[in-house]
Design a protein around this ligand. Structure first.
Ligand SMILES: [Zn+2]
Length: 118
């Protein structure tokens, strides 16, 4: 398991990670400090901490490294994977997008095309 702290990531990207719910617990900074919550921008910076197990990290990488994922979310996921791979290089062979793994095809309704093999 890892505890991953993401500081000052856009709120709209934080919600992409919050969608993952098995094997992960999220702690996201509240926007309640602003009495007019509707005034907070979607890209307001938040701190997001995840306690995540290995299986969910693999699953998250498979979804969030695909080129159909949001560009900033993919960038954040890349940073997470890079830092874990730096600690333990064995993760270089598992933290991959689904479309770059043994499945050989992007699983999105409209494939990203980057790893698509005819
Ligand atoms: Zn893909």
């Amino acid at each position: 398991m890892w505890t991953i702290k993401m500081e000052n990531i856009p709120y709209c990207n934080s919600v992409h990670f919050v969608r993952h719910k098995y094997g992960v617990e999220h702690y996201v900074q509240s926007q309640r400090k602003n009495p007019d919550r509707g005034a907070e921008r979607q890209d307001a910076p938040v701190t997001h901490i995840m306690d995540i197990n290995a299986q969910e990290l693999i699953f998250m990488a498979r979804k969030r490294l695909c080129f159909k994922a949001d560009d900033i979310t993919r960038l954040i996921m890349n940073v997470i994977c890079s830092k874990i791979q730096k600690i333990d290089p064995v993760w270089e062979t598992v933290l991959l997008p689904a479309c770059g793994c043994d499945e050989k095809n992007c699983r999105e309704f409209k494939p990203c095309g980057f790893y698509h093999i005819m």
